[in-house]
Design a protein around this ligand. Structure first.
Ligand code: NCD
Length: 304
């Protein structure tokens, strides 16, 4: 999958073939178990530079790096010189001057491209969530989770529901599905779907149309913390736009229910659906470790 830049900034760097061979590699690794892990990151430090909250992304990268024998350092805005007004590039330069070469970066601003261009091949840089722009490792996790069940991403109906405009997860998933010639069905509150491209997605008339006979239903959290759009969900959100048990019947019993997390029970997803038999939410979390191990190993080897 390696594209030569030493970075994973966007799904656009990847080809369909490279994604498929990456998925096969992960499947092989999973079948061998965690003991397969070679200490390829021994004597390496992986910096987890997270300027936004995170549970699954940060911790799964941390576990992945440690399983590969690496050491991890967690840097966040609070408590670092970023809070004193240091620029992000100066923070990267400072850490690089201390010998750090591997960076996993999450920011509320879309700024990873600038960091990638500034450093070129001097560092390995992985996008762990770039403003509302992209979150490529989450899309690789979601794509792999679908592929594990269907052995394809092509001829499937995928519905993506909720706060599409502000979801970097949705943006990366749409790009990845498009790589496979798959145009997902999207739906959500109109205020949160103003920036869609009809070349990339089918804009469904309503959520029921998007979900009907879907193979995959991907739910998204309303990103209230991003203040750019004045939208707040009310008590009716679940019935109007959420995934209830009743609504899931439209998709059928074989549909996979996905959510990148964190999810808000009773807001975009009914609690019983999140915990139900069709939910693969925790499988997505588990695959997060495998995907991130394979990615760290691949980028590290390619940089040798
Ligand atoms: C998402 C994110 O941070 O983009 N979560 C994740 O990384 N799994 C989605 C969200 O915060 O709603």
């Amino acid at each position: 999958m390696y594209s030569g830049e030493g970075h994973l900034v966007s799904i656009d760097q990847l080809s369909r073939e490279s994604v498929l061979s990456f998925f096969s590699q992960i499947e092989k690794n999973k079948s061998k178990g965690l003991e397969y892990a070679r200490p390829v990151l021994q004597n390496e430090t992986v910096v987890l530079l997270f300027m936004e909250p995170s549970t699954r992304t940060r911790i799964s990268f941390e576990i992945a790096a440690q399983k590969l024998g690496g050491q991890t350092i967690h840097v966040q805005k609070e408590g670092s010189s970023l809070q004193k007004g240091e620029t992000i590039l100066d923070t990267f330069e400072t850490l690089h001057a201390m010998g750090c070469k591997n960076f996993v970066f999450r920011s509320p601003r879309s700024e990873i491209q600038e960091v990638a261009e500034h450093f070129g091949k001097k560092i390995i840089l992985i996008n762990a969530g770039d403003g509302i722009n992209e979150h490529p490792t989450q899309a690789l996790i979601d794509g792999f989770t679908i592929w594990e069940k269907h052995q394809q991403l092509e001829k499937l109906k995928v519905a993506i529901i909720g706060d599409i405009d502000r979801s970097r997860v949705a943006h990366s998933n749409i790009r990845m599905l498009n790589l496979f010639g798959n145009k997902p069905y999207v739906s959500g509150p109109p205020e949160l779907m103003r920036n869609l491209d009809a070349k990339q997605v089918h804009i469904a008339k309503n959520i029921d149309e998007a979900i009907a006979d879907a193979d995959v239903v991907m739910m998204l959290r309303v990103q209230n913390e991003r203040k750019d759009i004045a939208f707040s969900h009310d008590d009716k959100y679940l019935q109007t736009y959420g995934l209830t048990q009743n609504r899931l019947k439209l998709a059928g019993q074989k549909a996979m229910v996905m959510h990148p997390g964190p999810f808000n029970r009773g807001v975009e997803i009914e609690s019983t659906v999140a915990d139900g038999e069709q939910s693969v939410i925790l499988q997505q979390v588990n695959n997060g470790v495998w995907v991130r191990m394979a990615l760290l190993e691949m980028l590290h080897k390619a940089a040798q």
